[in-house]
Design a protein around this ligand. Structure first.
Ligand SMILES: *[C@@H]1O[C@H](CO)[C@@H](O)[C@H](O)[C@H]1NC(C)=O
Ligand SMILES: *[C@@H]1O[C@H](CO)[C@@H](O)[C@H](O)[C@H]1NC(C)=O
Ligand SMILES: *[C@@H]1O[C@H](CO)[C@@H](O)[C@H](O)[C@H]1NC(C)=O
Ligand SMILES: *[C@@H]1O[C@H](CO)[C@@H](O)[C@H](O)[C@H]1NC(C)=O
Length: 474
């Protein structure tokens, strides 16, 4: 014991010297699309996700990390630190022919990282508006962009409805014909690493993968991993998850080979809960993507670093919301978020397991669907219809229809500590708690801006742009 003490002292001193000189870390922010709670190895041993499992178990599994019910709104949170009901993006996803967008008055994370010396690169899915060039990634802080503007395209042809949607920076780009998008994204991510100096530069790499959104498409070798799953579509979906896992494994190896991992933080999160209606699974959570249930909003997430986290190898149960990444990462990079944003800095929680910096968050406020949700402490209030998918959808083969037309009381209350799977509406037993949460929800509602959800506009049609979904129509 005595003999190890000098070594310990030296180690601590060396750490201080290193920390004192430390540069802000490389940040790799990986977003999976439509990955369900029960679709990763650490929650479901049917899943083959060895790379993700290893990073999650050696990093910090975020067990109470909340996202929006659908895609665009969550991405808005990561990019701005504001709830979508403050930016006008609270109503569903941006559809290709509607002029929805993330307003330019809200600075993006890469715009804030730029003056701190970061090289900002994005590969994958944008889905935050493209009707005007000013709304597209290279005009919103990214030095380079390879990927697509919209939400749901073919993994091989890169078509959405009647239009092609794939760019390198501002130009239409055709990767090798028939190359699976997960590989295209991975190859570009690795190419970016070769343009950045791991010691002298700082990299912000935003990797919103297309995986594992529909259409259900995957190279056969991934599907074959699941040959004992009898439902073809579930087999394909699981294969897509394993392809994503391989991609993250390749990216992590490439980061390590090039020396980035000496000073890097990797964040992995889904954008919303799994769509149970397209073979994703959220058990034991209730509901699906598109709903305010936990299955739609409690997202799979973890952080990993070789050396930046003080406490690792455990499951963190502290409340974190998608808006928190903006201030957390910006602070870590040495910057300061603007006053008034909705996110809070969660670095002490994430790096050391400190209590969450928040005790409340808003699930969403959607004045078109006329629904909303709020969490304060252990309680969750849902106002209006939570959405269309209200079941605890079993793993395929399904024994019950997923879609339910059930009607619910105007206000439901759940105690998520006692009942994280939302089996018992306790609103009638706790009118005082309902009224407290409702007051707070109404306080937030008073700050809402109207949803920007304009009608479909034929000026958007790819026929006007040589067959491509293209900026220039708003
Ligand atoms: C398929 O087989 C693997 C390996 O034997 C097993 O771990 C997994 O649970 C099985 N999956 C199903 C759906 O039975
Ligand atoms: C996109 O921009 C990046 C950064 O300026 C550059 O390295 C890359 O070559 C550009 N790609 C194309 C196809 O212009
Ligand atoms: C991962 O790397 C291996 C080896 O280079 C390669 O065969 C595979 O296609 C890569 N997978 C992805 C998803 O990029
Ligand atoms: C994750 O959260 C659930 C409650 O929502 C809890 O039952 C479970 O024990 C937590 N996992 C760990 C490992 O703490």
């Amino acid at each position: 014991m005595e003999s190890t003490r000098p070594l310990l002292v030296i180690a601590v001193l060396m750490n201080l010297v290193l920390l004192g000189a430390a540069k802000p870390p490389h940040i790799i922010f990986i977003v999976a699309d439509d990955l369900g709670w029960n679709d990763v190895g650490w929650n479901n041993d049917q899943m083959f996700t060895p790379n993700l499992d290893k990073m999650a178990s050696r990093g910090v599994i975020l067990n109470s990390s909340y996202v929006q019910p659908v895609c665009t709104p969550s991405r808005n949170c990561y990019m701005t630190g504001y709830y979508p009901f403050h930016t006008g993006l609270q109503h569903i996803a941006i559809l290709p022919d509607r002029a929805g967008y993330m307003p330019t008055k809200f600075p993006t994370l890469p715009e804030k990282l730029k003056p701190l010396g970061y090289s900002n690169h994005m590969v994958g899915k944008w889905h935050l508006g493209f009707c005007n060039w000013n709304y597209t990634p290279t005009y919103r802080g990214f030095d380079s962009f390879m990927g697509f503007y919209n939400g749901k395209e073919d993994y091989y042809t890169r078509m959405i409805a009647t239009g092609y949607d794939f760019r390198f920076n501002d130009s239409v780009y055709h990767p090798q014909e028939g190359e699976y998008s997960t590989n295209v994204i991975t190859n570009r991510a690795i190419e970016i690493m070769d343009s950045v100096d791991p010691v002298n530069d700082q990299l912000y790499l935003y990797l919103p993968f297309q995986s594992v959104h529909v259409p259900l498409q995957v190279p056969e070798r991934f599907e074959n991993i699941y040959s004992n799953i009898t439902t073809k579509d579930r087999r394909t979906y699981c294969g897509m998850v394993s392809a994503l896992d391989e991609a993250v494994g390749n990216i992590t190896s490439a980061l390590r080979d090039r020396g980035f991992m000496d000073n890097a933080l990797i964040v992995f999160t889904t954008d919303n809960g799994g769509p149970t209606y397209t073979y994703s699974n959220n058990l034991p959570l209730r509901g699906s993507k598109t709903t305010l249930w936990e299955g739609g909003t409690r997202g799979v997430a973890f952080v990993y670093s070789d050396n930046l986290l003080n406490k690792t190898g455990y499951t963190n149960n502290e409340m974190i919301h998608a808006v928190d990444w903006f201030p957390t990462l910006l602070k870590l990079a040495g910057g300061e978020p603007d006053a008034g944003i909705d996110g809070v800095n969660q670095w002490p929680t994430i790096s050391s397991g400190a209590p969450s910096a928040r005790s409340e968050f808003v699930y969403n406020i959607d004045e078109i669907f006329k629904n909303a949700g709020i969490r304060i402490g252990q309680y969750k209030l849902i106002e209006g219809s939570p959405g269309r998918y209200n079941n605890w959808t079993p793993l395929p083969p399904q024994t019950a229809p997923d879609w339910s037309n059930a009607s619910f009381p105007e206000h439901q209350l759940f105690d998520l500590e006692a009942d994280p799977t939302e089996h018992h509406d306790i609103a009638n037993d706790h009118p005082d708690v309902v009224s407290k949460l409702l007051d707070r929800l109404n306080f937030h509602k008073a700050t809402m801006v109207p949803a920007n959800f304009p009608p479909a506009n034929p000026a958007s049609y790819p026929t006007n742009f040589g067959g491509n979904w293209s900026p220039g129509w708003c």
